[in-house]
Write a protein that binds this ligand. Structure first.
Ligand code: BF8
Length: 594
């Protein structure tokens, strides 16, 4: 392969090892795809009914697709759908899929809270009672004289109600600045119910329903808002109630966190329901003893992708990597078990695991994978199932072939755990010092970097280069998801990284002992960024769009990132995408979105 694949130094030796071990990786499959489909890239291919698939001609298509025997001459789909309709429908469906992923995650957390309040779970407890009370009050629940389980039950039921549409608007919408709420109301895009917006989006994009591109995009924005101010915000807030609100923690990152002497378990995916129980199970004294009896020093749990972020933020558990590192973790030959739940898990992992001794375990009834053993997770027996998984990993230690192990030996240190509450605490109890620093020019603004890796670009390079350029210009950077992991690997999540910042930002970071790049959590925790932006706007009595706040997804690839981008725009945040979405086939849609 001729192109550079990654700037992650720990990943590079494993690319060579994969080649030697004859393991096909994401970059190999990317190359095999060859040139991308021109119609797909422009967003002018429609598969929404069986009169198609339809493709439209376009001036930017290569000549052989416009002239000659294979030319596509149609300027409308069979049903009459125009460029604008097809592009808007495709984009809106991507938003709906991304919003569904985040929101279903939120539903699972709410359901776990409900079961916990009814003493029907094993291993879970309510860790942040202060937040439980505050949220209950926000939902209009009488809190006096009620125990935590009673309150948790009422809150969980109220939140589960947000998925339908009995109230007619989401509770957290009221957190937004008044001017923003008015804008949504005027445009008739105030989200009414989490599931409702997603279902309506799917309905409208069925053949012969909504064919007006602007109307489709407006519903796309309402669907995205039901994610940012609904499903994702629910996931974050209730996870904090159950598992604790993050505070600053020190940890380590990159594939070097795998340990040659320990049983290595990598938990990969998104929902903390599973990973939190695994984190408890690896501390079980009988299991630690068993690991020693099997010849290991102990058990090393580490995370991959957003599950990693969840465990890191609340427990300081080390992070093995971000999206494009997942196959390479297995290529180390040192992973006894990789345990997955939902989202961003490559279906290739089973094939990769077959080349080594790694036990690949799926756990969600929603997500099964080829060449993977399924151990279904169930909150009602959460701790027992987690112990069973850890035991299986320990018993697999003897199957590791030391001659096939390669662990890069240099993990990077990092500081994470910056929830909105932790940022306020770091500032001494209020956002005023941050606002004053922006007013007096020491900090020139805030940039939120989010989203994925994508083999279309060199892994982590856009995230890291953009972050370095921003902090140098005295712009505070806040990050979530794979973006935060990318910058952590590059050493930017350390207080010492302030030396790379401009003088103003550097002086603030040094005085507070914080990095110039703040890790705010997993992808659903991008809702924390909305909370911070809203708090600043409300304190100043302005709209979010009046603030020097911008967002970017420099290496995005998932539909969840499309939903995040859309809710950032609809929330009034100037937003940049590092790679173009498939909208260039409609100049009207491009103009509307930009
Ligand atoms: O939800 S940043 S690759 S891991 S989609 Fe996935 Fe993208 Fe990573 Fe987390 Ni978010």
């Amino acid at each position: 392969m001729t192109y550079e694949k990654t700037i992650d130094e720990a990943a590079k030796p494993l690319l060579d090892k994969a080649k030697k071990d004859k393991v096909e990786l994401v970059w190999d499959r990317f190359e095999k795809q060859g040139d991308k489909c021109n119609f797909g890239e422009l967003g002018i291919c429609c598969k929404n009914c069986n009169m198609g698939p339809c493709r439209l001609t376009h001036p930017s298509l290569p000549i052989h697709l416009r002239i000659g025997p294979f030319a596509v001459k149609a300027e409308k789909g069979v049903c009459g759908a125009s460029y604008d309709t097809i592009v808007a429908r495709n984009l809106s469906r991507a938003i709906a899929a991304g919003a569904a992923a985040h929101s279903d995650h939120g539903r699972e957390i709410a359901h776990t809270l409900l079961l916990t309040s009814e003493n029907k779970t094993s291993g879970y407890e309510i860790k942040d009672e202060k937040k439980l009370k505050a949220l209950a009050a926000e939902f209009g629940i009488e809190t006096t004289g009620k125990g935590k389980h009673e309150l948790a039950r009422e809150l969980a039921l109220a939140v589960l109600d947000e998925f339908g549409m009995i109230k007619g608007r989401l509770q957290f919408v009221e957190r937004a600045p008044q001017a923003r709420q008015k804008r949504w109301k005027d445009l008739e895009i105030t989200p009414r119910g989490i599931d409702r917006e997603i279902v309506e989006m799917m309905h409208r994009t069925h053949i012969g329903v909504d064919n007006d591109y602007a109307n489709l995009i407006l519903q796309g924005l309402r669907t995205a808002l039901s994610d940012g101010w609904g499903g994702s915000m629910v996931a974050t807030e209730l996870s904090d109630v159950l598992f604790g609100t993050p505070k600053p923690v020190i940890s380590r990152v990159n594939l070097g966190v795998l340990d040659e002497k320990n049983v290595n378990i990598v938990v990969h995916g998104h929902e903390p329901i599973l990973s939190e129980m695994l984190a408890e199970a690896v501390e079980d004294s009988e299991l630690v003893e068993l690991a020693k009896m099997e010849g290991a020093t102990g058990i090393n749990l580490c995370g991959m992708c957003c599950t990693a972020n969840e465990l890191l933020m609340r427990r300081g558990i080390p992070v093995a990597g971000n999206f494009l590192n997942q196959e390479l973790a297995i290529v180390t030959g040192a992973v006894e078990a990789m345990v997955v739940d939902v989202q961003c898990i490559m279906p290739s992992l089973g094939e990769v695991a077959k080349c080594y001794h790694t036990l690949l375990l799926s756990t969600s009834p929603k997500a099964k994978f080829p060449n993977t053993e399924h151990i279904e997770f169930d909150e009602e027996k959460g701790f027992d199932i987690a112990k069973e998984i850890v035991k299986r990993a320990i018993l697999n230690f003897k199957n590791r072939n030391p001659n096939r192990v390669l662990i890069p030996s240099y993990p990077v240190n990092m500081m994470a755990g910056f929830s909105a509450e932790a940022i306020i605490a770091a500032l001494g109890g209020s956002l005023t010092p941050l606002i004053e620093s922006i007013k007096n020019g020491k900090i020139r603004g805030i940039a939120a970097l989010v989203g994925c890796n994508n083999p279309k670009v060199v892994q982590d390079k856009n995230h890291v280069e953009m972050t370095k350029a921003l902090i140098k210009k005295d712009i505070l950077v806040i990050e979530t998801g794979c973006s935060a992991i990318a910058c952590a690997k590059a050493g930017l999540l350390l207080p010492d990284a302030a030396d790379m910042a401009g003088e103003g930002l550097k002086s603030i970071c040094k005085s507070l002992g914080i990095p110039p790049v703040l890790h705010m959590g997993s992808c659903v925790d991008t809702s924390r960024i909305l909370v911070v932006a809203t708090s600043i706007a409300n304190e100043l009595g302005v709209d979010i769009s009046d603030l020097p706040v911008a967002a970017a997804a420099p290496e995005w690839m998932s539909e969840k990132a499309v939903s995040i981008g859309a809710y950032a725009v609809a929330s009034g945040i100037f937003t940049l995408l590092g790679l173009p979405p498939a909208i260039m086939g409609s100049s009207n849609v491009v103009e509307l979105l930009t």
